[in-house]
Structures are given as C-alpha cells and as structure tokens.
Design a protein around this ligand. Structure first.
Ligand SMILES: Nc1nc2c(ncn2[C@@H]2O[C@H](COP(=O)(O)OP(=O)(O)OP(=O)(O)O)[C@@H](O)[C@H]2O)c(=O)[nH]1
Length: 273
C-alpha cells in the first residue's frame, strides 16, 4: 500500500481488447507506410507517437489495478497523450511533405529532358495544346551537324557535353516568352512567340553564328560544332502547329542538303521547290 488507494483487481478486458486491436491496426499501417515509402524516420515518429498514445490509453486500465493515486495516472496519461499526438502529427507532416516532394520530382522527370534540363517533346506538345495564344509564332528546328562524328571521334561523353552546352547557349539567347525543347537525339525545337519570319530568320542566323564561334572544349580537345536550322512561321499559313513544325523540318532537311551550318526558311523552300 503506497498512497492509500484500495486495490481493485478487475481489468476491463473489453476495453483492453479494443486498445489492442487499435494498436495492431496502427502497427500494420505504419509497417505498410514504412514499406511503401522507404522512410524509417517517418515510421519511427509514427511508432513513438502511437506507442505513447497506446500506453496513455491503457493508464486508466492500470489505474484499476494499482495502488497509486488516481491523479498520478491522470498526469502521466495527459503527458503521454500530448507527446503521442505531437509525435504522430510530426510523422504525418513528414509523410505529406515527402509525398509533395516526390510528386514534384516525378513531375520534373516527366516533363524535362534529363541531360539538358530542357522541356521534352511530350511536355512541349502538351503546353502547345493548352495554349490559347493566337499571335503568330515562329518554329525553329536546330540540328547539330555531323554529331555522330563527334560521338565516334571523342566519345559519347563528349557528345553529351556538346548537347548540354548547346542547350545552355540556346536557352540564354531566348526571351522569357520563347520556349525550347529537346526534340530528338541532337535536335532542338524552338518556339519564338510573336515573331514574324524576317525576325525569326535574323534570330536563327545569330544563334547559328554564336554556336559556330563558341568554344567547345572537352578533355583538352577542341570540338568544332556547327548547327543547321529550319524555320517555319505560323503567320499567313493556314496550317496547324504540327504541319508548321513539319515545314520547319523540311527546311532543316534543305539546310543539311545545302551543305549544313546554315539557316533555311520554309517560305524560301516553297519558292525553291
Ligand atoms: N552523346 C549523345 N549522342 C546522342 C544522343 N542522342 C542521340 N545521339 C547520337 O546522335 C547521332 C545522330 O547521328 P545522325 O542522325 O547520323 O546525324 P549527324 O551525324 O548529326 O548527321 P547530320 O545530322 O546529317 O549532320 C547518333 O550517333 C546518336 O547516337 C545523346 O543523348 N548523347
């Protein structure tokens, strides 16, 4: 007899069973979370939180058995409850944060090219479909000349370096409203918003010259890099975007056939055909 409270040996088995079932469900959920999220830290917070809540809940069952003052159990129970709820909420908060971060990472991975960080073809097309802008745009398809040779001579890593550096050059030379995507292996698609064919041709020529002048050094080797560019504009063409891009592709084909390292406009192409 410690503090003058009479011993009551009756345990409420029904209450205890309910607590046990609840705890088993929690444990199962936490193992499931830990297994699917692969994050032991979150699992630990939830486990500590739920463990404290479980013990807190069962304090009143112990109360029936023991000799301590009821107020003593009440204090410990309150403490465990508060601690348990804080831990469980913190675990849940971390779980939600982790889910948000994972979604963001997945979103970036789904929409960008991993090598250059530019938009990928899927994401570029999606945004084009969502666009309600009726102003004329110009489409430029830029392709690296003899890229296979760079890979074959200096290695795949050198080719990757060229692609990455080229992507940076293109991105830097564009305005905020313009977009660029990695369209294929060594091909980039540029969308110049509100741009007529004359301006598009000037910009493409500037970009071509900039790349020709740029230093591409890889592992102490100087790499000569040039590009060919095909252009098509939306203005005055009663074609949809896919058809315009096809026109730009044809212009690019002619730039390649014309000797590479040059810019060809689709309207010139029509006249020449
Ligand atoms: N390093 C590297 N090479 C790539 C990548 N994607 C595609 N390629 C290579 O790009 C090369 C494209 O070669 P081709 O289509 O023959 O074109 P090209 O040699 O540039 O010739 P032209 O376009 O006619 O001037 C192939 O050798 C591909 O392996 C990449 O992500 N990294």
């Amino acid at each position: 007899m410690l503090h003058g409270k009479s011993i009551n040996n009756e345990i409420n088995y029904y209450e205890l069973s309910l607590e046990l079932i609840r705890s088993i469900i929690w444990l199962f959920m936490m193992f499931y979370i830990s297994y699917t999220r692969h994050n032991r830290q979150i699992y630990l917070w939830l486990l500590i939180g739920c463990g404290s809540l479980f013990i807190g809940n069962n304090m009143n069952i112990l109360d029936e058995l023991s000799t301590f003052e009821a107020s003593y159990y009440q204090e410990v129970e309150d403490l465990l409850f508060t601690f348990g709820i804080l831990c469980a909420w913190f675990g849940l908060y971390q779980l939600i944060q982790q889910q948000i971060t994972k979604n963001q990472i997945l979103n970036i991975a789904a929409n960008t090219d991993p090598l250059t960080g530019l938009l990928n073809r899927r994401s570029f097309n999606q945004n084009v479909e969502n666009s309600t802008d009726n102003n004329p745009s110009a489409y430029l398809i830029l392709d690296i000349d003899h890229f296979k040779q760079i890979n074959d001579t200096y290695g795949h890593a050198a080719g990757d370096y060229v692609l990455t550096k080229l992507a940076k050059h293109i991105s830097k030379s564009l305005r905020k409203q313009d977009r660029v995507a990695r369209w294929g292996g060594e091909e980039f698609l540029i969308e110049l918003k509100h741009c007529d064919s004359h301006t598009a041709q000037l910009k493409a020529e500037q970009l071509r010259a900039l790349i020709e002048r740029s230093d591409f050094h890889f592992s102490g080797q100087y790499l000569s890099v040039t590009v060919s560019i095909g252009i098509a504009t939306v203005a005055n063409q009663h074609l949809n975007r896919d058809e315009i891009i096809n026109l730009a592709d044809k212009a690019l084909y002619q730039a390649k056939n014309g000797g590479r390292n040059r810019v060809v406009l689709a309207s010139d192409l029509k006249q020449n055909e």
